[in-house]
Unconditional design. Structure first.
Length: 218
């Protein structure tokens, strides 16, 4: 299948209104919003931690009555018994951490009952080492949507939204300074903003360049 690349921001509250839509993610967001009109029944969204995979899964979860969202580490044989009652199954945090025969059985049953499957992972599931030949064939039937690292515009939104949720407003100058000095990843940015907020609260000082430099020097 074709591999589609989109860029996603992230929100911890998982509401559609909290999802920043831009030209970079419009098509992917519309895919989730437009369920069940998908180009296929099985979808794999992959990207770095904090890139918005769970946010999109939560948006989808709210749209479907008979749906189950489960962490990959919790997938077991009980899921097979309940699969026929679901319109959609979402498996979050997949890291090649499901028994191959069990995953094959899940996908085979899903194919028979024609329900939907969304798997979230750090990298494309087709890139994991899979020993079971039949499972490889099933995995290749997925639609793959990759989430790239954020652009400057998305980082500005992330910084503004994250801090404003904590009643903090900063100037564009400070926002640009953060973008230019923090590693370009969702996970690193959220970690940094949390540390900045905590230092600001503990010292009673407003967020400025000097305070940001102190966090950067840690």
């Amino acid at each position: 299948m074709n591999q589609l690349i989109f860029k996603f921001p992230f929100s911890k509250r998982y509401y559609e209104q909290d999802f920043f839509i831009s030209s970079n993610n419009f098509s992917a967001f519309k895919l989730i919003e437009g369920w069940p009109v998908w180009p296929g029944k099985w979808l794999n969204i992959f990207g770095a931690s904090g890139s918005g995979k769970t946010h999109l899964a939560k948006i989808l979860e709210k749209k479907i009555k008979k749906i189950k969202l489960i962490d990959a580490k919790d997938v077991d044989n009980k899921l097979l018994k309940n699969l026929s009652n679901l319109e959609c199954l979402i498996i979050d945090n997949f890291n090649n951490n499901i028994n191959e025969e069990l995953l094959y059985s899940i996908l085979s049953q899903s194919k028979q009952i024609e329900n939907y499957v969304l798997i979230n992972s750090i990298c494309a599931i087709k890139d994991f080492k899979i020993n079971l030949k039949d499972l490889k064939s099933r995995v290749n039937s997925f639609i793959f949507i990759g989430i790239e690292l954020p652009t400057d515009d998305l980082l500005k939104v992330i910084i503004s939204k994250t801090l404003s949720d904590n009643q903090i407003n900063i100037s564009p100058k400070i926002s640009n300074f953060i973008i230019n000095n923090v590693e370009r990843s969702y996970e690193k940015m959220f970690k940094f903003l949390k540390e900045v907020d905590e230092l600001s609260l503990s010292t009673g000082k407003s967020i400025n360049i000097n305070l940001i430099k102190k966090v950067l020097d840690r």
